[in-house]
Unconditional design. Structure first.
Ligand code: COA
Length: 376
């Protein structure tokens, strides 16, 4: 008979870029672009042929999203009103790619924290909302960079990539196909953000996270038992990015707005909050967990208002910062990495037996829940 395997989270890792952009810097650059655009098109605007662009504001950004700053891999060109996108030099094929580089930094921290030798890891999943190239998989480059003998592949479920990766890793462990799996999420979201779009230019930031999922028999102390995972997807066009290999032939396509991140933010807000809350409550019931007793929620970091509502529906009262910590104020929305950063930075203080929830949601739509319990 096959032995019982129990997947746990052994450790997490975080890479944070050195450069950060404050809302004031971001709005200063955006408004300089608006002024330039409106001055260059003054006659057409006066004739009613071109619409004047409207300025952005720090107050709006903070009130609508809760974001105060974001880290980026390439600050100066993003803030240059003539460029307004990251400029990350292409590397030769024999150099390590940038996504692998930052993914490895986060992964090494997770391995160090777990006291795990990379040679003892069996698999690597690179779970992120954008891959730098279609193949060879980013995950295989990360595997090689770490010196792991096993298998690796990429997966993309947009903002839910990391939690979907955790369930996938947990399933490998449960099935006995791997004992130690790294889920790495390098998110260079600044490359898919339309920095010229007033409605969304403030949203994203860059980062990389890693989660080491292992069988409890080899896990370090302390670790986090995975009590249960639940995933859900429902198709929606309300968060969309049409960039892809079939539109490469059009030289202008990279700059057309639909080839970057586009969203109907209001609809996302209204439709995703009930979907996420319902999934969490259903899964808590299935696991016989009283949601009101969850010690901490590590929620996806897209919008402070969404998190406030979800936490309230789950806990039955308004959550304080200790119950539902925020990292989007300093990191912005880091796509799939957000809930993992929240967990990484705000979990060491929990005690054995404390239960909590890692939860992501976003494009697809997609929702992923990972209920965990601190194990001494
Ligand atoms: N500066 C100043 N004003 C702005 C602005 C900016 N940068 N962007 C928009 N506005 C204005 C709008 O023009 C609008 O003005 P009006 O009322 O005169 O028409 C007003 O602010 C409200 O705009 P709206 O887009 O409805 O804002 P919102 O309150 O819905 O907030 C989001 C926008 C995107 C922050 C919010 O909808 C959100 O976070 N939704 C969820 C998004 C999400 O989680 N996405 C997942 C991504 S993976």
């Amino acid at each position: 008979m096959q032995p019982d395997f129990h997947p746990v989270i052994s450790a997490t890792g975080l890479f944070t870029p050195t450069e950060s952009i404050s809302n004031a810097e971001l709005v200063g650059s955006f408004n300089a672009y608006v002024e330039r655009h409106n001055a260059a098109n003054a006659a057409a605007i006066a004739a009613g042929e071109v619409e004047a662009l409207q300025p952005s504001s720090v107050e709006f950004i903070e009130k609508a999203s809760g974001i105060k700053a974001r880290y980026v891999m390439s600050k100066e060109p993003v803030l240059d009103p003539a460029t307004m996108e990251p400029r990350i030099a292409e590397r030769d094929d024999d150099e390590m790619s940038i996504m692998a580089e930052i993914g490895i930094k986060a992964a090494r921290q997770a391995l160090d924290r777990a006291g795990r030798d990379a040679a003892d890891v069996d698999a690597v999943l690179c779970a992120a909302s954008n891959m730098q190239r279609p193949y060879p998989a980013m995950a295989i480059e990360i595997q090689q960079g770490l010196g792991i003998d096993g298998f690796a592949f990429d997966m993309n479920v947009a903002c839910s990539s990391a939690t979907f990766g955790i369930q996938t890793a947990a399933d490998y462990v449960r099935a006995g196909n791997a004992r130690s799996v790294l889920v790495v999420s390098p998110e260079i979201t600044s490359g898919h953000l339309n920095w010229r779009d007033r409605d969304s230019h403030f949203i994203f930031g860059d980062v990389a996270t890693a989660v080491l999922v292992e069988d409890s028999s080899i896990a370090p102390t302390p670790h986090w038992d995975i009590l249960g995972t639940k995933l859900k997807t429902v198709f929606s066009n309300n968060i969309r990015n049409n960039f892809g290999f079939l539109n490469r032939a059009d030289p202008g396509s990279r700059d057309t707005p639909d080839k970057l991140f586009v969203q109907e933010g209001r609809k996302v807000f209204k439709e995703v909050v009930p979907m996420v809350s319902a999934l969490i409550l259903e899964e808590a019931e299935r696991l016989r967990i009283d949601p009101a007793k969850l010690r901490r929620l590590w929620l996806h970091q897209a919008n402070a208002g969404m998190n406030r509502l979800i936490a309230q529906r789950v806990l039955g009262h308004e959550a304080d910062e200790d119950e539902s910590p925020t990292v989007l104020d300093t990191y912005g929305n880091t796509s799939s990495a957000g809930s993992i950063i929240a967990f990484h930075l705000n979990s060491d203080d929990l005690e054995a037996g404390d239960e909590g929830l890692i939860c992501s949601f976003g494009a697809g739509y997609s929702v992923g829940t990972v209920f965990v319990k601190r194990h001494a």
